[in-house]
Design a protein around this ligand. Sequence first.
Ligand code: UDP
Length: 396
Amino acid sequence: MTIYSDASQFAATNYDVLVVGAGYSGAVFARRYAELKPEARIAIIEKRAQIAGNAHDFIDDAGVMVHLFGPHIFHTHMKEVYDFLSQFTKWLPYEHRVLANIHGTLVPVPFNKTSLEISFGKEKSELLYQELVEEFGEETKVPISKLRASDNENLQEVADYIYENIFLHYTMKQWDKKPEEIDGAVTARVPIHISEDDRYFQDVYQGMPKEGYTKMFEKMLTHPKIDVFLKTELASIAELSDNTFIVQGSPFKGLVIYSGPVDELFSSDMGALPYRSIDMRFEQLDMKSFQEAATVNYTTTEDFTRITEFKKMTGQEDLDKTTILKEYPQAYVPGSDIDPYYPISNPENQALYEKYAKRANMITNLYVLGRLGQYRYYDMDDTTKAALDLAEELAK
Ligand code: UDP
C-alpha cells in the first residue's frame, strides 16, 4: 500500500473499488474486502491531509497523545469487532470515568449511588436509593426521561435534580435544545446507574489503542491492494450523471463505497442535512495534572461542554506537562471549514435523510456507510461492524 499526499498519481483505471473516506467505515471496509477478495484493487480517497477520520490522533508539542476531533474511547460488546481491530493494535487497558462539575462540586457521571450521596447527603440519599431500587431494581440503568416519568414524589425530586444539574444545561450547549426536544436515545446513552458502578461504559472490551488510533489505521491500511490518496475530494475526480459515477471522464464500473455526508452526493439539492459540530480548543499546560478525571463535564456552568485531559487516558501520567481540550459546540455550516460531527436525529431530518438514501439506492454500484453516510449517531464499534458486514456481503 501507498499513502499518496494528493490526487496527482490517482488513475481510476487502476482500481476496482473506490472508497470515499479513510475513517472507520472506509478503512475497515477496504481492509476486510481486500482480505476476502485478493484480486480487488482498492483506492481510498480522503479529503483531509490525514487518515483515521475523527479518530485521528497524534503526539503534540507537550508529548501528549491527543485526539484532534475530541476524546475517542474504544468500547464494544462485539467480539468480532474487537478481534478485527486487535489485528492492528495492542490495547492499553482503560476504563473511562467521568465527573460532572455541578457548580464546583464533582460527582460521578453517569449519575450513580455515589453521586446521589454527594448531592443529597448520606441519610437522605440512603432513603432515596432504596426507593430507586424498589421502583427500578438494583444494578439497573434508567434513562432520565424514564426517571422523570416516575409518579413517586421523592423520585420526582431526584429526577428534577439530575435533569437540572446533569442534563439540561449540557444538552442546551451540545444541541441548542432541551433534553425533551431531542431524540430520547441521545440522553439515554448516559443513563442513571442504580448501583455504585462509575464506569462510563460497561462493555466487556474497553481500551485505548496502545500506539494510538492513527497507528492502528496505518496498520489496517497496510495491504498490497490498498492505496490511499489524501487531500482528494470526490468532486475533484468524479461527478454523478444519470446515476453513474463518471470518474476522470469515464463511467466507473467498480464498487463505490461512500462515507461522507449522503446529501453532498447530490449537492444537497433537497436541502442540507443538519449536523452539530464542535470547536475543539486545546491548551498545553506546564503542570503535571490539571483535573481529577480524564473528562470533567461542565453540566451547569461555562460555554464548553467538557474538558478532557488526554494523558489520563493514554497512559502518559508520568509526563511533566499536560494537554487539555475544551469542547465548544457550534452549528455546522455546509461548505465551510466547520466539520459535521453529530447527526441531529428527529423525524424531519430522518425523512430528509430517507429521501437522499433512496436516491443513493438507485445508483447500483454505490454503498453508503458511516455516521455521515447513514446519518446515525454511531459509535466506533457500530461503524466497524457495519463496514465489516458490508464487506462480507459484497465479497460473496
Ligand atoms: N449528557 C448530558 N450531560 C452529561 C453527559 C451527557 O446532558 O453530563 C447528554 C447530552 O445531551 C449528550 C448526550 O447525553 O449529548 C450523550 O452523551 P455522550 O457522552 O454519549 O456524548 P458524546 O461523547 O458522544 O459526545
